[in-house]
Ligand binder design. Structure first.
Ligand code: UD1
Length: 422
């Protein structure tokens, strides 16, 4: 049935360890293609996006061994240009392989990548940056062919017209082994970019400005084998913060990347959560009534992450009847309010206008049958089910499994009665 069944209404109590980060590990996996040897990645999340990425890499002759959450990736024999269309279509991050593969093999043929249905997701910034580095790209209706003509990619001075996480990652990957210096202005500053740069620097890359919007990458001759621990997933941690806000109760998240979560914790605290941070432990207590957030605006890092907008929409929906109306403004993706009709079925009072939603809090939601259409929205529906009265079934579990190792196990550890149904 590909669903999650939830009996909602429990207050949360318990502890969960936060898994490794999906958005960090995917570009790091691409980076291992640049290395003529075996890399060891620890704390890799066991999620379907990673499984798809590994399948793609194996099709390019990488040899991959998995021991629990540890991956050994041997990219010595990397060859081939063709990416299997079925894997590319289901996962947008397959575009991440483009810069690295061009640097390694000089040609790539791929379909336009897929991924979550959250509005238009073009790749023009990726392609225009790579063209500037000397790549010839032939675009067709369904995909493109890119080649370097047996020349090394060349360093460039490039200013992104607007911030893109993926395009920044792709150009960093392409620049690490390029001829000369690449300067990237208006680069994304997300912690996942920092993780990618840290990985590359440990492997011998020369990158300055890590964590800022101006990255200077001096191309090196080669990179060497490295062992790297994937950082914890700030979006998964934020999802469980929203779970505590939605259901009430007290939870502890271990190995949480607290320092990357300022905007999220600030929003949670404005909604009435008590928060205590201790190194990598995060305690959240939601004892009294939740307060409505008057305005929540998604933004590039360090602003509030678009990937947690849906989870906070669920929490805000439950802010109580006497509260003011809250507004959520989505500034990153154009079609990211797809869960609104589903939440309305449960009794939520939400109206949509362009890239904003207006939320009037209700005291409770009613359990019902729901359909997930994408990863983060799907997780937010599970939270709604955990907070609602009675039984909720969320179909489309495979979307959620793209990014959460086992959301049922985690929420069960926090006291939610839920299970996968097959
Ligand atoms: C990454 C994250 C995703 C997160 C997003 C924003 C991964 C695997 N995914 O996605 O979870 O929600 O950052 O934090 O890390 N754009 C263009 N042309 C391009 C590239 C992007 O117009 O060539 C637009 C997009 O449509 C979007 C905006 O730029 O409106 C930001 O997208 P981007 O930062 O590139 O997101 P992703 O890398 O796809």
């Amino acid at each position: 049935m590909d669903a999650i069944q939830i009996y909602g209404g429990n207050r949360l109590k318990g502890q969960v360890r936060i898994q490794g980060s999906k958005n960090a590990v995917l570009p790091i996996l691409a980076a291992t293609l640049l290395i003529n040897g075996t890399c060891k990645l620890e704390n890799c999340p066991d999620i379907s996006d990673v499984h798809h990425m590994l399948r793609l890499m194996e099709s390019l002759c990488c040899v991959i061994e998995k021991k629990g959450h540890c991956l050994f990736i041997n990219a010595k024999e990397v060859s081939g240009c063709d990416m299997p269309p079925d894997s590319v279509c289901v996962m947008r991050s397959s575009i991440m392989l483009l810069g690295a593969l061009l640097a390694r093999t000089g040609c790539v043929r791929m379909q336009y990548p897929g991924g979550c249905v959250i509005g238009r997701r073009p790749i023009d910034l990726h392609l225009s940056g790579l063209r500037k580095m000397g790549v010839r790209i032939e675009e067709r209706e369904d995909g493109f062919f890119a080649e370097t003509g047996n020349r090394k990619l060349c360093g460039i001075h490039h200013r992104f017209p607007f911030v893109s996480v993926g395009a920044t990652e792709n150009l960093v990957l392409a620049a690490a082994l390029a001829d000369g210096v690449t300067v990237l202005e208006n680069a994304a500053k997300e912690p996942e970019i920092t993780a990618l740069c840290d990985f590359l620097v440990r492997a011998g890359a020369d990158i300055e400005g890590i964590g800022t919007g101006r990255l200077v990458i001096r191309g090196v001759e080669r990179l060497h084998e490295v062992t790297y621990r994937v950082p914890a997933d700030r979006i998964v941690a934020g999802t469980y913060v929203a779970a505590a806000l939605s259901c009430g109760g007290e939870i502890c998240l271990t190995e949480a990347p607290c320092r990357q979560m300022d905007a999220v914790l600030c929003a949670a605290s404005c909604m009435g959560a008590e928060i205590c941070e201790e190194e990598d432990r995060l305690w959240i207590a939601c004892r009294g009534k939740r307060r409505m957030l008057p305005v929540l605006r998604t933004d590039i890092y360090p602003g509030f992450p678009t990937d947690l907008q849906s989870a906070f929409l669920t929490a805000m929906s439950l802010a109580g009847e006497d509260s003011v109306t809250g507004v959520i403004e989505e500034t990153i993706f154009e079609d990211r309010f797809r869960i609104v009709p589903e939440l309305r079925k449960m009794g939520a009072k939400i109206t949509c206008r362009d890239c904003r939603v207006f939320v009037t809090g209700v005291r409770y939601l009613e359990g019902t049958v729901l359909k997930a259409e994408e990863l983060r929205g799907g997780a937010a529906l599970v939270l709604a089910g955990a907070a609602a009265k009675g039984e909720t079934i969320v179909y489309g579990r495979h979307y959620i499994e793209r990014g959460y190792e086992d959301i049922c196990q985690d929420l069960s550890a926090l006291g939610v009665r839920c299970r996968k149904t097959d």
